[in-house]
Design a binder for this molecule. Sequence first.
Ligand SMILES: [Cu+2]
Length: 382
Amino acid sequence: MFTRRTALMGAALVAAAPFAIRTAGAEEVMDTSAAAKVDLSSLPRRKVKLLRPPFVHEHEQVASTGPSIIEFEMRIVEKELQLDEGAWVQAMTFNGSVPGPMMVVHEGDYVELTLYNAPENMMQHNIDFHSATGALGGGSLTLVNPGEKAVLRWKATRPGTFVYHCAPGGPMIPWHVVSGMSGCIMVLPRDGLKDHEGKPVSYDRVYYIGENDFYIPRDADGAYKRYADAGEGYSDMLEVMNKLIPTHVVFNGRVGALTGEGALQAEQGETVLFVHSQANRDSRPHLIGGHGDLVWETGKFNNPPERDLETWFIRGGSAGAALYTFLQPGVYAYVNHNLIEAVNLGATAHVIVGGEWNNDLMEQVVAPVEYDALHEGRSALP
Ligand SMILES: [Cu+2]
């Protein structure tokens, strides 16, 4: 019987679909079938449906039960996405969104992910969880061809926010990542988050901001090129990628995804946790007009948070978390404070905060008005 798998592995198709067929190297596929079995049958199981970022599925901040097996499902979807006016990418996605959905579990829980590679896809994919231990973060045990699924279970032993991404081997790794294949998981301490003094803190809302850099090729006239599928655009994109100058740096998959209709919402007095991931490149989140009250810049909750930050640093390949209580109403811009990336390349979000203006914190004492240049303002200069 000529199965889909043998078809995909068949030499005849190699030329037609080189990306689906590439045989992973020995280090990329592991056989762990002989390992001793573990018996987790006594653990409770819970199924969680993932949400589209910036939203995060409902979860407890302080775990009310002991360790559990948390079941997630993700479907890999290859599809064209519009990054901006006149700019498209043949994206590779976890669950159809860039970034992929954020998962939340508690330390000591087991993450059990069923990963589906949809049959209409062209390529092999997998998932490397930075929060997991061994087998390339699970990448070696989840390499799935189109039409295949794999189930991976791993124990969340380290609390923090962590990136996950596709890593199917060799040059496919950066290409899949800059085509959108990354997301984030938050492993909360069982007793919740703690401030710098070890006192419990909680959040009223959590938003997941996934930042992605894209490298879209241009034609001779400078217009962005559009391709029939990812494979067709690969060599052109590789040329742009290797120069390390992104054409787009965006939050949640496109310019303007988190502004206008997509703006984040909060109320004065609410505490918001912003989780920010970047799987490939450094970033420097900054909330204009606000701060990071408590910031786990590296995202790892066993380290005390930093306080009162103006800007924090997200190393490429990591996710960080910042907690802020909004004190004033208004529109806050949440940006990558490389302002070229924020304004010209797309990395800007808005947070719309409702409430009453506090003149003690800030007051417009005189609204802009013309002044008498002959008599006023002379004392300003030394
Ligand atoms: Cu992939």
